[in-house]
Structures are given as C-alpha cells and as structure tokens.
Design a protein around this ligand. Structure first.
Ligand code: ADP
Ligand code: MG
Length: 281
C-alpha cells in the first residue's frame, strides 16, 4: 500500500494567541492509502473543513505535520503538492468560474499553462468522466445542482489529481443530485483508482466509504470501517449525527419486539434479515 496523505498529531486554532481558545483541530493523526475512499464525519463545527484546508495547504498546522505523498507540506512545495489535489466544496454556485461548462473546466488548465490542444482534450475527457460531455457550451444557470457539482468534479479531474477532496459537496443537493454525484465518484474510483476523501455529516453517504474518520470537537473520536463506526450507535446520535434510514428503521422494528440480528446499515440488509429471521418461522 502506498500512503497518499497523513496527519501526524496535527493541531490548529484560528486564534492561537488566546490561551483558552478551543482548538479547531487538535492532535489529529490518521493516514490515507492510495485508492481508498475515506469519509470524515462529525457534527457542525467539529473541525472537518479545517482538516480539509490543512490537507491542501490552505492552512498550516500550528503543531504536527501533514504529509502528502510522503512529503511534509510546506510553503515551498505547496504549489507542487496542491496541483495534485482536487477540491470540491459545498455550494455549487460559488465554484463556477467560467461562463460556460467548458470554460469552467478549462480554467485551472489555462492558469497552469497547459497547451491548447491538450487543454481541449483534457476538458473533453474529464467532462466525459462525469457524464457531462453533452453540456460543453451550456451556461451554469441552465444546470441543476447535481450537474454543477459534476462540472466542479470535472474541473478538478482535468488537473489529473491523485486525491479528490469533497467538502460537503452533496449537502446542498436534492436526492437526485446527491445520487448523481455519488455515482460519479464511485465510478471514478473504479475506473481510475482515484483516492477520495469525502467530508459529510450524512452517514448514509459515509456507508459507501472504505473507512470512516469520526470527528468530535476538533479531535478524532473514532476511526474504522463503516460497520465498526455504526456499531457506536447511540454515541453517533449523542454527537449530533443522523443515523442511516435502515438503522433507524431497525431500531423501531426492534422496539416493537421483532427479533432482528445485529445492525443494518442498508435497506437491503434489513429487508433480507426481515425475510430470513421472521417470515420463515
Ligand atoms: P466543520 O467543517 O466540521 O463544521 P470547521 O472546521 O469549519 O468545522 O470548524 C471548526 C471550528 O473552528 C469551529 O469551532 C468553528 O467555529 C471554527 N472556525 C472555522 N472557521 C473559522 C474561521 N475562519 N475563523 C475562526 N474560527 C473558525
Ligand atoms: Mg465544514
């Protein structure tokens, strides 16, 4: 396994002079391997966005180290490293910089001096990856939220990043837009082995990840596979997270005295258990 990103005891506060100031991120340590899909979950203000900014050198740690592709992120290598990281943020309307879809995707390429012919090719390729190749000359206001976020992902992909960071990229979308974006990310992982770090307070989305990092009050509270994290059950609720639908449903059914084995992260698991444990009796 090849490490692509790691935090080693990273601490950061926005007001470092204040003695009693609560740290936005405190002594956080974790590592991400190439090709993984990591979800970072936690309540509002738990330090997720600060963590994302520390990953891409928009902020620098007060203590500890951030390594990207095994190199400690510094002011010197910042631009080289940042060119390998794609970021997509929450608000689809705030990240559109071009007048048309193709201008938007070309923006960073142009800024990085990519030759014209190559630029055209990369714009087409990356729009194809997100299934937006039919929208080249469309203006942003003609697109749905999900389509805008897919164009934002294409803009990131055009730079051929090693790592894609999504900071609540689906949180302003309707269910269809959310599904479009998540399907896009999933397809990219399978096709080009992209490493994905997706920050979300939606546990439904976190189920899809290989591993979940659970943040609370600036600290890493827990880390594990989705089933390990969901096994925390009540603790997740206590820290302001909304359990996936199937898990809530499982609890309600159990409260009615129906025997169900274990926890069910997806509706499919729940339905299968209902069939085997209850209707075969
Ligand atoms: P999350 O993304 O999980 O909602 P953030 O990383 O945005 O959390 O915030 C972590 C903490 O840092 C919160 O207490 C928040 O109020 C504080 N914070 C975030 N951004 C700033 C800022 N620009 N200036 C001062 N404090 C901030
Ligand atoms: Mg945030």
């Amino acid at each position: 396994m090849t490490e692509i990103l790691s935090f080693n005891n990273v601490t950061f506060s926005y007001t470092p002079d204040e003695k009693e100031a609560r740290k936005a991120v405190q002594s956080v340590t974790f590592a991400v391997q190439e090709g993984e899909w990591i979800a970072i979950v936690g309540h509002n203000g738990s330090g997720k966005s600060t963590t994302a900014k520390l990953m891409s050198g928009l902020l620098f740690p007060e203590e500890g180290e951030v390594r990207v592709m095994r190199e400690v992120l510094t002011e010197e290598n910042l631009w080289k490293i940042r060119s390998q990281i794609g970021m997509v943020f929450q608000n689809p309307d705030n990240q559109f910089v071009g007048a048309t879809v193709q201008d938007d995707v070309a923006f960073s390429l142009e800024n990085n001096g990519v030759p014209y012919a190559e630029m055209v090719e990369r714009v087409h390729d990356s729009l194809k990856q997100v299934k937006m190749e039919g929208f080249l000359n469309q203006e942003p206001h003609h697109l749905s939220g999900g389509q805008k976020q897919r164009v934002a992902i294409a803009g990131a992909l055009a730079m051929h990043p090693k790592l894609l960071i999504l900071d609540e990229a689906t949180s302003m979308l309707d269910p269809q837009g959310r599904e479009e974006v998540l399907n896009t990310v999933q397809a990219l992982r399978e096709k080009i082995g992209l490493t994905v770090i997706s920050i979300t307070h939606d546990l439904e989305e976190a189920i899809l990840a290989d591993r979940i990092i659970f943040m609370n009050d600036g600290k890493k509270y827990a880390e594990g596979t989705p089933s390990e994290i969901f096994a925390l059950g009540e603790e997740l609720i206590a820290f302001g997270l909304d359990l996936p639908f199937a898990m809530k449903m499982t609890k309600l059914i159990q409260a009615q005295g129906v025997q169900l084995v274990g926890q069910h992260m997806t509706e499919e698991e729940l339905v299968n258990d209902l069939w085997t444990s209850n209707f075969n009796k």
